[in-house]
Design a protein. Structure first.
Length: 297
């Protein structure tokens, strides 16, 4: 599938802002199953931009500096991304949960995509005994890793209510778990907490879902904004496999990966500092338009 993606973020400031410095993580990364064919970043007022190193995780980072007074800021990201990613299927030959945990502990891969970076608690995802016990019901050590991951994702989808009013961006996994509700960020971070408690490397994945479903298919939850899901490391042969607990599906051709990190703090689409007084209003719109179907030769 070839997608045209448009992501617009608008800030309105009650009083002129004297200075702002933002980190933008909006350009999709090069990742298995997808290729970025074109990309544009449009900013008004223009400010100064330069590429920066991703401090954690996998992301394309642009540093934006505004050093002239401004009452508004519009950041528009445009991308064309080709996605050819098959749907995973659990097999009897898949490595077990116990085997994955042992391989992860023995891994010496220190790269940004190495499993060791995603085994331990991170700033926004602490280990929690209640979440660990609840998730452990699906993570039996002898169970195949793909079967176990999808079983947990489906249980989260069934037992948690999608409710944009239940949580905030800084709500902890423990709070969202207690409420049994939240949004895609909450469900992803709860699942990651449970996987890590079982010794499984799990990463937070941020990106997009196609806005219009394929004919005859239901519309996916989270398609009008940036979406979040989980990557679980399934061993050196299978690598990282994406699973979406909000929708109870695998990461496949409906998903476009923008950034991967330990939790939301690593890969927030826009963060930074603003020097000024008064309130600010933010509006975000996302559109992921399918342009053509990729036909296998």
């Amino acid at each position: 599938m070839l997608y045209k993606i448009r992501h617009v973020t608008r800030f309105e400031y009650a009083q002129p802002v004297a200075f702002a410095r933002n980190n933008l993580r909006l350009k999709p990364i090069l990742w298995s199953g997808q290729q970025v064919e074109d990309y544009q970043l449009l900013i008004d007022p223009q400010g100064r931009t330069h590429s920066a190193r991703a401090e954690a995780g996998l992301a394309n980072v642009v540093r934006l500096i505004l050093d002239a007074p401004a009452t508004s800021l519009t950041i528009e990201s445009r991308a064309r991304v080709r996605v050819e990613r098959p749907i995973p299927f659990a097999q009897p030959s898949d490595p077990t949960v116990a085997e994955i945990a042992a391989w992860a502990r023995a891994s010496r891969d220190a790269s940004p995509a190495g499993p060791a970076a995603y085994l331990f608690p991170s700033p926004l995802i602490a280990l929690d005994s209640d979440i660990a016990q609840w998730c452990a019901l699906d993570l039996s050590p002898r169970r195949g890793i793909l079967e176990a991951a999808m079983a947990l994702a489906l249980r989260i989808q069934r037992e948690f209510a999608f409710d944009p009013h239940a949580t905030l961006v800084d709500t902890s996994p423990r709070e969202a778990f207690a409420k049994r509700g939240g949004v895609c960020q909450d469900f992803a971070q709860i699942m990651i907490a449970g996987l890590r408690a079982a010794g499984l490397p799990a990463a937070y994945c941020s990106g997009y879902l196609r806005t219009l479903p394929a004919p005859g298919q239901p519309r996916l939850v989270g398609a009008d904004a940036t979406h979040a899901w989980v990557l679980v490391w399934a061993g050196p042969q299978l690598g990282w496999i994406g699973v979406d607990p909000t929708n109870g599906i695998w990461m496949a051709e409906d998903h476009v990966v923008v950034a991967i990190g330990r939790d939301y703090a690593d890969i927030a689409p826009i963060d930074g500092i603003v020097l000024g007084s008064g309130a600010q209003k933010m509006d975000v719109s996302v559109d992921v338009e399918p342009l053509e179907e990729c036909v296998a030769a």
